[in-house]
Ligand binder design. Structure first.
Ligand code: MEV
Length: 440
């Protein structure tokens, strides 16, 4: 009998690696082979890499860790995160614990509707061309769907068209732009290939209906029909820390939110923090993280000014966090079937749909942002960050096993987290207490 599934694994970070893997195997029921895949020792082989991309010469790895304590819509999730930056995983885990104690995240997501774009030129009168396209909507949809009958059989496919006339970038002397949007339900896939195929497929009909010439036929990464949203509500009293009251911590977080709303320079950094969580999870789950990034930042600019993807307000003695962003994700297609570590990570995550994945990812982004603004609005991030950074510095200086922690602690105490200092400390510790540097 395995343990009940929970993402609350107290003391996990202090366990040796082997014990952590044991705990995960017990909680998730992943098989020994799947646990090997998760560990990544036999991850993506260079032979697979050679089939995935061109000019392959090897495989590039990143550290894989788990964001703990996540609870979204009453369900627990162990969040796989691939990232090189120390403190990202500790921060999300810490934030998720506070939110979980206040009832967890509540999240929702739109249907998986993606936008494909077909650019038309030389169409003559835009009103006439628009009318010709709109009046042949059913025919355009039928042609689009004929290129992917299996998606239609699964309940997805092209659903609607929209025609947009945009002013010429050159001003009055240029031809306005005519853009056909094909709205496609991609179900459990991110859908890039399907969308592009359908856009290319309808191009000849678009040309004959408008008498124009089609140029680009490609998906839009501004996937604003496929938004995910998450919220959390934390009693202000639960925020007290660092010898500070909950009210002052909440005030710092609200001020951080106001700063990001008013200033694109701050909003960019605020959103970088959000994307720390989202990208790490996206990479570990085999998503196209460049597409997610492009969509997130374009959405952040939707009213003409670059703004934060998440906000924090005080409401009836609670700190309320909200995030909304496009998340074009898939649980089928792309590298998901090929990459053994991605498959194991998705199985551990236990999501059954791309929508569910996007809800958890939105909550992870909000949790990541909470941890950052909580520290920034109070004691600053350097203290906590340096403690974690010190471990990397200790490793770079040659410390291994038991020495990593010891050297890192000494670096923090010395207030001087530098490789040279770490080498000095390591050498002096080993003189005083000689034992193999490669111990565990
Ligand atoms: C660092 O990776 C992310 C932060 O800069 C985010 C923020 O400033 O909100 C701490």
């Amino acid at each position: 009998m395995g343990e009940v599934f929970t993402s609350r694994l107290a003391g996990f970070h202090k366990k040796p690696l082997a014990d952590r893997l044991g705990a995960i195997a017990r909680v998730t029921h992943l098989s020994a082979a799947e646990m090997d895949d998760l560990r990544g020792d036999q991850g993506l082989t260079v032979e697979f890499a050679n089939q995935m991309i061109e000019n392959a010469v090897g495989v590039f790895s990143l550290s894989l860790g788990l964001g703990l304590n996540m609870q979204v819509n009453g369900r627990d999730y162990l969040v796989p995160m691939a990232v090189e930056e120390p403190s990202v995983i500790a921060a999300v885990t810490f934030a998720a614990k506070i939110v979980r104690e206040s009832g967890g995240f509540v999240a929702e997501a739109d249907d998986p509707i993606m936008i494909g774009q077909v650019q038309v030129t030389n169409f003559g009168d835009p009103t006439v061309a628009t009318k010709a396209l709109v009046s042949h909507k059913e025919q355009l949809l039928a042609v689009a769907n004929s290129f992917h009958p299996s998606m239609v059989a699964r309940g997805g496919g092209a659903r609607d068209i929209e025609v947009r006339v945009l002013p010429a970038p050159e001003g009055a002397r240029g031809e306005p732009l005519l853009v056909v949007h094909l709205l496609i339900d991609t179900q459990e896939a991110m859908g890039a290939n399907l969308i592009n195929t359908m856009c290319e497929g309808i191009a000849p009909l678009v040309e004959s209906l408008t008498g124009g010439k089609v140029f680009l036929r490609i998906l839009s990464n501004l996937a604003d029909r496929r938004l995910a949203r998450a919220t959390c509500r934390i009693p202000v009293t639960a925020l007290a820390d660092f010898d500070m009251s909950g009210e002052s911590i909440a005030e710092g977080i609200v001020q951080a939110s106001r700063f990001a709303q008013a200033d694109p320079y701050r909003a960019a950094t605020h959103n970088k923090g959000v994307m720390n969580g989202i990208d790490s999870m996206a990479i570990a789950t085999g998503q196209d993280w460049r597409a997610i990034e492009a969509g997130a930042h374009a959405f952040a600019c939707r009213d003409g000014q670059y703004r934060p993807l998440s906000t924090w307000t005080l409401e009836e003695a609670h700190l309320v966090g909200r995030i909304e962003l496009p998340l074009a994700l898939g649980i089928v297609g792309g590298p998901i079937k090929i990459h053994p570590q991605v498959q194991a990570a998705l199985k551990m995550l236990r999501v059954t749909s791309a929508r569910e994945l996007s809800m958890v990812m939105a909550a992870v982004g909000l949790a990541q942002n909470f941890a950052a603004v909580r520290a920034l609005g109070s004691v600053g991030i350097q203290k906590g960050h340096m403690a974690l950074h010190a471990r990397c510095v200790a490793v770079t200086a040659g410390a291994r096993g038991q020495w990593v922690e010891k050297v890192a602690d000494a670096l923090v105490t010395a207030g001087h987290v530098k490789v040279e200092k770490a080498r000095e400390i390591l050498a002096s510790m080993m003189r005083d207490e000689p034992s193999p540097v490669t111990g565990t």
